[in-house]
Design a protein around this ligand. Structure first.
Ligand SMILES: Nc1nc2c(ncn2[C@@H]2O[C@H](COP(=O)(O)OP(=O)(O)O)[C@@H](O)[C@H]2O)c(=O)[nH]1
Ligand SMILES: [Mg+2]
Length: 339
């Protein structure tokens, strides 16, 4: 999963990136994105690895992108936001809630101002596409009426200042996938608080934000694990910004993990809630999806209770399931396939 940091200038995006990535981010004036590919911490993977002693242990991965501000193009209001935002699966909207010599923060005002930028970006994208289709129709070309209906519905929502993520169909529709519509994406709102302030600000809309204190958490990320734990205890933090943001991202993107285990590898895989066994197998390899026969499924908790797969089978806790079985978080699968 790829998440892009976004928000107003000086909200603390690059500082938060450094906290997440555990290293300094390149600051302003750069042309390239800061990019971090990180393991998703999961104690279950560690416990399974302890049980199977595999040659390899592989965590799920998540990537964070901190794109540079795009070059100013006053004539093109749609070019105000970095194009990288359109290419990721979710947005992390950072809102400044510290003074830091930048002036008193206005988290709810800044939050809404950036949401307005997202809405405007999408409205321009949708209207440009509709104009293009109208041009094709005038030239006698065939047009896609389903796409037009979707775009017109999107336009109506956006004109009412409503997010496309609220629509039942627009966010996942294959006909709109290529347009990088930003309000259709899952978005996690992050308040970047002052060092001494653990309270979430009232943003006037949406769910309460995840609170981070990016400046100190960036320092924390540079410490040795032992020192970091001590420092976190002093700050009254029991989970790092990374842990909290990953949990929020999994929930906002409706993601779950399942596992594969064995002597060769213990591994976590990320799928969307509601994925069936055959498509989950496809997350591992397309051959497993194509040649899917059945899967043997046990739960992580049962395996930890029973202590071995042999004991699981003896206790009748290994299920044999077909392709339509819906995989749940924490299930362990052996896929039987034939290609
Ligand atoms: N006091 C304080 N300053 C911060 C914090 N986060 C960022 N800053 C400072 O605010 C300025 C802008 O931060 P930066 O991460 O570059 O913002 P960006 O423009 O969103 O990438 C920098 O001078 C940071 O050092 C914070 O949590 N507390
Ligand atoms: Mg920056």
């Amino acid at each position: 999963m790829r998440l892009a940091l976004c928000g107003m200038p000086s909200a603390g995006k690059s500082t938060l990136f450094a906290a997440l990535a555990g290293r300094r981010a390149a600051a302003g004036g750069r042309a390239e994105s800061n990019l971090a590919l990180l393991n998703v911490p999961d104690p279950r993977v560690e416990a399974l690895s302890g049980l199977f002693n595999p040659k390899k242990t592989t965590f799920a991965q998540i990537s964070f992108v901190d794109p540079p501000p795009p070059p100013a193009k006053p004539e093109d209001p749609a070019a105000k936001l970095p194009p990288e935002l359109g290419q990721c699966e979710g947005l992390l909207q950072v809102v400044r809630n510290f003074d830091g010599g930048l002036g008193a923060p206005d988290p709810s005002g800044e939050y809404q101002a950036f949401v307005d930028e997202l809405l405007l970006h999408d409205l321009i994208t949708v209207e440009r596409r509709l104009e293009r289709i109208a041009g094709e129709r005038r030239r006698g070309r065939e047009v896609d009426n389903e796409e037009i209906a979707l775009l017109e519905r999107a336009q109506e929502l956006l004109n009412d200042e409503r997010l496309l993520s609220q629509d039942h169909e627009i966010p996942d529709h294959p006909k709109l996938r290529g347009f990088g519509l930003l309000t259709a994406k899952p978005r996690i709102v992050v308040a970047n608080n002052a060092e001494d302030d653990p309270e979430p600000p009232d943003l006037g809309a949406g769910a309460p934000p995840v609170v981070v204190r990016a400046a100190i958490e960036a320092e924390l990320a540079e410490l040795e694990p032992g020192e970091a734990a001590e420092f976190m205890a002093d700050l009254g933090l029991n989970e790092s910004a990374l842990d909290r943001l990953i949990a929020a991202a999994y929930s906002a993107c409706r993601l779950i993990s399942f596992f594969t285990v064995g002597e060769d590898e213990v591994r976590a895989w990320t799928i969307t809630q509601g994925t069936d066994a055959q498509h989950a197998a496809g997350a591992i390899h397309s051959d497993l999806e194509r040649g899917f026969i059945r899967a043997e499924v046990m739960t992580y908790d049962d395996l930890m209770d029973q202590g071995s797969e042999a004991a699981i089978k003896k206790a009748g806790l290994m299920k044999v399931v077909g392709k339509d079985f819906i995989v749940s978080d924490g299930e362990i699968m052996h896929v039987r396939f034939n290609v």
